[in-house]
Design a protein around this ligand. Structure first.
Ligand code: NOJ
Length: 542
């Protein structure tokens, strides 16, 4: 029987932030040629797909999330021909490629906005949202813009970083989401920087132009999209004030969900005109059930399950997130997408505070029921760079996690110039670079490779059911089972530093600590970190 499972289900995606992956041109900024030159790293790691953060033409106010031409490559990154070559080489290695789609806003340098701002009666005026100021020159409503304040990450007493949103140092709130444009004396709306005006999706001409962008990349052969900040497209009609607490959140925290779903359905229709494409949505929600409302046969294929990313490394928290995710997906036959790090959040090896936790987190991420998204450098156990005040460039304070990937030993780590890399290297680049970790069979890089290989070899891990096993409260233990083949794996993740004992099947006690022990009669260890093991029934070869 042919395998009907869609390729993205159970796949492992690898997010590439192009500025920081690898530099082929020597200008200190990563580029498409650099990615192409390092595809073997990804093939050896064993990923199924890559997600490329924006490489489109952009003035880089938000490092590519401010797009001035959706259908061209920024010269910093190369050319469309370079993109085609990268796509072909990735496909040739069996690696799919998805690209970023940014529906909510463009750059203020986009020709659409240039036209829109040129006069009140320009045909593209209502492609964006323009309003008169309120009496006294006040903005039309009380919404605030992202990246005009700060998110603080504060280390708690267990050594873990926790986010504190919204309030700027000194107690100020973010700036208004409205900017006055002198040319016409009106204000335009932007949920992010003033250089990122929001388009108006209620205007059918905007929607049609955006669908053309999707088709442009689909026709070039991409396998799908990561859809940026999708909830932002659902501005409530009338743009009402938010209550003061919500107004602290950029965008006012006000979303017309029904409209967001309509937009997602329309995007899906475009994708469904092609074979085998997928979309993963960047959806922020309080919990998995809320996020999963954006997923379905006529919506996104996947949506990032973000709540655990903002939570601590603690067994009880993860148990709750997993329960919520299982409940929110199983009922409607949906599929989860797990992620621990990305270009917007301090790296999880840093957030969780130790390499041992990072290794256990790898076992968890790659054995839960769902599709897994790695952020480049997760496989190296990277922590963020220290970026001194004089070198900080991101208005959102995210430079640390965007540091260049260290490929080799030595000072330049494979970024051989002549120009210096655009940001300092991660703080542990001297010990956690690809060259060094490749040589050490016990390294986190080899752990990732082993986990990915195990996952490839076991349909229980890729697409099987999830079932809890009894375990002490500091431990998560579960079984993955394939109904189709009977394949079965057990996973034990110890969140504590003290050794834990788990009674598997009532006849074998697994000790998860710095050395894994057991009599090996019923289950054998497939992959082990000092705090987590992946096991398979003895006699079964993956
Ligand atoms: C989410 C992206 O991940 C982030 O990097 C970007 O700044 C905002 N959306 C705005 O596009």
């Amino acid at each position: 029987m042919p395998d009907e499972t869609p390729w993205w289900k159970g796949a492992v995606f690898y997010q590439i932030y192009p500025r920081s992956f690898a530099d082929a041109s020597g200008d200190g900024i990563g580029d498409l040629g650099g990615i192409r030159a390092h595809l073997d790293h990804l093939a050896t790691l064993g990923v199924d797909a890559i997600w490329l953060s924006p490489f489109y033409r952009s003035p880089m106010a938000d490092f590519g999330y401010d797009i001035s031409d959706h259908c061209d490559v920024d010269p910093l990154f190369g050319t469309l021909a370079d993109f085609d070559r990268l796509l072909a080489d990735a496909h040739q290695r069996g690696i799919r490629v998805i690209v970023d789609f940014v529906p909510n806003h463009t750059s203020d340098q986009h020709s659409w906005f240039a036209e829109s701002r040129s006069s009140r009666d320009n045909p593209k005026r209502d492609w964006y949202t323009w309003r008169d100021a309120k009496p006294g020159g006040h903005p039309p409503n009380n919404w605030r813009a992202s990246f005009t304040g700060e998110t603080h990450w504060v280390r708690d007493d267990t050594g873990q970083l926790r986010p504190r949103f919204g309030v700027k140092a000194g107690g100020d709130v973010h700036a208004s989401a409205w900017t006055l444009d002198d040319a016409t004396g009106q204000l335009y709306l932007h949920e992010f920087l003033p250089e990122q005006p929001d388009v108006d999706w209620r205007n059918p001409a905007v929607a049609a132009a955006m669908f053309d962008v999707l088709r442009f990349w689909l026709d070039r052969g991409v396998d799908g999209f990561r859809v940026d900040a999708v909830s932002s497209v659902g501005k409530p009609i009338g743009l009402p004030d938010a209550n003061e607490k919500l107004a602290m959140i950029p965008g006012g925290g006000l979303t017309d969900d029904a409209f967001v779903f309509d937009v997602i359905r329309a995007l899906r229709e475009v994708l469904d005109g092609y074979d085998d494409k997928m979309m993963v949505g960047e959806v922020h929600g309080l919990d998995a059930p809320e996020i999963m409302r954006h997923v379905g046969t006529d919506k996104f294929h996947l949506a990032f399950n973000f709540p655990p990313m903002f939570d601590r490394w603690r067994a009880d928290r993860w148990r709750r997130h997993i329960d919520e995710t299982e409940a929110g997906t199983q009922r409607h036959d949906l599929w989860p997408a797990w992620v621990l790090s990305n270009h917007d959040t301090p790296r999880h090896a840093d957030r969780y505070g130790t390499q041992s936790r990072a290794r256990a987190a790898a076992v968890l991420l790659l054995t839960l029921r769902g599709t897994a998204f790695l952020y480049m450098g997760d496989e190296l156990g990277l922590i963020d760079a220290f970026v001194p005040a004089g070198r900080r460039v991101d208005p959102g304070g995210r430079d640390g996690e965007r540091a260049p990937l260290p490929w080799t030993d030595g000072d330049r780590h494979g970024w051989d110039g002549p120009a210096d890399p655009w940001l300092p290297f991660p703080r542990n680049a001297a010990t956690h670079n690809v060259e060094r970790l490749s040589r050490d069979p016990r390294s986190i890089l080899h752990l990732y490779r082993a986990l990915l290989a195990a996952r490839r070899g076991a349909d229980s891990l890729r697409t099987g059911a999830f079932e809890w096993l009894a375990a002490p409260h500091t431990v998560l233990a579960y079984r993955r089972l394939s109904a189709a083949t009977g394949d079965e794996r057990a996973v034990i993740v110890n969140f504590d530093s003290a050794p834990a004992h788990v009674d598997l099947d009532g006849d074998w006690v697994v000790e998860v600590s710095s050395t894994m022990t057991g009599n090996g009669e019923a289950w054998t260890g497939e992959v082990a970190s000092d705090r987590a093991v992946l096991l398979r029934p003895a006699g079964v070869r993956g």
